[in-house]
Ligand binder design. Structure first.
Ligand code: NAP
Length: 468
């Protein structure tokens, strides 16, 4: 662990495995409540130092860290592919994105402004000057999932530091290594001791300790809705931002560019074996072009290379654990028992599921209505655009959705009616660049990430009124 600028070990080692084959690759240590408390104390001690830094000092540290990520890209990409099992090509992209996330955060450190309040818009305000300044909240607990262990952590740590806060980071138990490498990088880039702390170990114990700790001002959480709801229920007056899951849908209309739509659905459904919160899970295809579209998706899926994540030729590797792969396999079986057809894939070997295309999946099976978080795409037909919009909205989640059509009228008709945090026209829902506002409605969460938006949530507007 990394607490107050020191490496800390407990008595209990935690092996980290490459999920593809179970090979041991690193060892970290199991922290507990005491380590969480010590990390919060270190972060609270460093808070005055961060608060007093100039915006430029904070920006410089973030900019240096952004550069260092690129200088250490091989080590970081290797840690990411090993701990997550995502193909090395995707791990390298994550590293590049994490560098951008810190660059955008560095820029926000410079930009963060308050506003002048027009006090005399009311007679009682005559002679008063009002302004807001943005102040840091203090200690922020950043709790992150396994699927983008570096970039999603930077989406919390970057804006938190840009706003003058300090951080306790709790990475997922399966993917703690890149978090610890990043803590070292920040130290080398001049971040004061205690401004960033990393506690590894079980989410239940450490997460609860952070959520309940009186000195933690905000919980910034990315992960499953189940844990998000638990945090929300226990956080009391703390600020909480929740980036949760989804079962993202895309509409492919009769006038779409089918080659492009099929290629993007394949990429958007199978990247990181579908373990992306905005993975393409439900594809609603206009019945008139269903056959042509299906052929393209199936033939493209069959060309994907399944293999070890370290190989550059690999498109699809394993899920995060054997247990998760068994769960996905079970959901596929359930859909098939209920009448769905397997058009491609469908089998499992250890933690790896072949890229799978299902057709005519009943809407009330788990493969359709829950977040599958595996390499499975459902193809279902629709008769009218409004019927397709209804199907997209018939979900407990609302992170992102999309439509493929050449008709701008239809595109905006759908954009206005689909209830999600982000809507993509001629792009799959699994699209994100790191500066855009990103987050969901319904069970997909509350709050927005992207450094410009996160830094707003991680700072408090303080009003100052002066009577001249
Ligand atoms: P998860 O099981 O919810 O875990 C996320 C984090 O929460 C981990 O660090 C976990 O620690 C910790 N945790 C577990 N129990 C906790 C508790 N009681 N209190 C506080 N923290 C606790 O999620 P995951 O399986 O790692 O990730 C997959 C989920 O994340 C999917 O639902 C996916 O859609 C979602 N996700 C959302 C976004 C987004 O931006 N909207 C992005 C990526 C992923 P342990 O690992 O030690 O259990």
């Amino acid at each position: 662990m990394y607490i107050g600028g020191e490496s800390v070990r407990s008595a209990t080692p935690l092996p980290v495995e490459i999920p593809f084959d179970g090979a041991a690759f690193a060892t970290v240590f199991r922290g507990g409540r005491d380590h969480a408390d010590a990390a919060v104390q270190a972060a609270a001690n460093a808070a005055p130092l961060m608060r007093e830094m100039t915006r430029d000092q904070r920006s410089q540290i973030l900019r240096r860290a952004s550069d260092s990520i690129l200088e250490q890209r091989d080590a970081l990409a290797s840690a990411i592919y090993s701990e997550t099992g995502k193909p090395i090509r995707e791990a390298r992209i994550e590293v590049e994105r994490a560098s951008y996330t810190l660059l955008f955060s560095a820029e926000e450190a410079h930009r963060l402004v308050g506003e002048v309040v027009p006090m005399d818009a009311e007679a009682a305000g005559k002679g008063r000057w009002g302004m807001t300044v943005r102040e840091p909240l203090g200690v922020i607990a950043a709790i992150t999932p396994f699927n983008f262990p570096l970039n999603l952590a930077m989406h919390k740590i970057g804006p938190a530091l840009a706003g003058g806060n300090t951080v306790v980071h709790k990475p997922a138990s399966t993917t703690p290594v890149s978090a610890l490498l990043m803590a070292r990088i920040f130290e080398e880039c001049g971040l004061p001791k205690g401004a960033l702390n990393v506690v590894t170990g079980p989410g239940g114990e450490i997460g609860d300790a952070l959520v309940e700790h009186p000195q933690v001002a905000m919980i910034s959480f990315t992960g499953s809705p189940e844990v998000g709801l638990r945090i929300r229920a226990r956080a009391g007056m703390k600020r909480v931002s929740l980036e949760l899951g989804g079962n993202a849908a895309v509409i492919v209309d009769e006038d779409a560019n089918l080659d492009e739509a099929a290629a993007r659905c394949i990429a958007g459904g199978f990247a990181h074996s579908g373990q992306v919160c905005i993975s393409v899970q439900r594809v609603y295809v206009n019945r008139k072009i269903r056959g042509e579209f299906e052929d393209r998706v199936v033939s493209g899926t069959r060309k994907l290379v399944v293999g070890h994540p370290k190989e550059t030729a690999t498109d699809i590797s394993s899920l995060i654990t054997v247990g998760e792969a068994e769960r996905v396999e079970g959901w596929v079986h359930e859909a098939v028992e209920r009448g769905a057809r397997v058009l491609a894939g469908g089998s499992r070997r250890r933690a790896t599921i072949e890229p799978t295309v299902l057709a005519d999946v009943p809407e009330d099976t788990r493969a359709a209505c829950r977040e599958i978080f595996g390499p499975v795409i459902n193809l279902n037909s629709y008769e009218s655009l409004d019927a397709a919009i209804e199907l997209v909205n018939h979900s407990d989640y609302g992170l992102q959705a999309g439509i493929y059509t050449r008709d701008i009228g239809k595109a905006f008709h759908a954009a206005q009616r689909v209830h999600v945090g982000g809507f993509m026209i001629n792009e799959v829902p699994q699209y994100r660049v790191d500066q855009m506002p990103y987050g969901g409605v319904k069970l997909s969460g509350a709050g927005r990430e992207g450094p410009k938006y996160a830094v707003e949530e991680m700072t408090e507007p303080k009003l100052i009124v002066w009577k001249g």
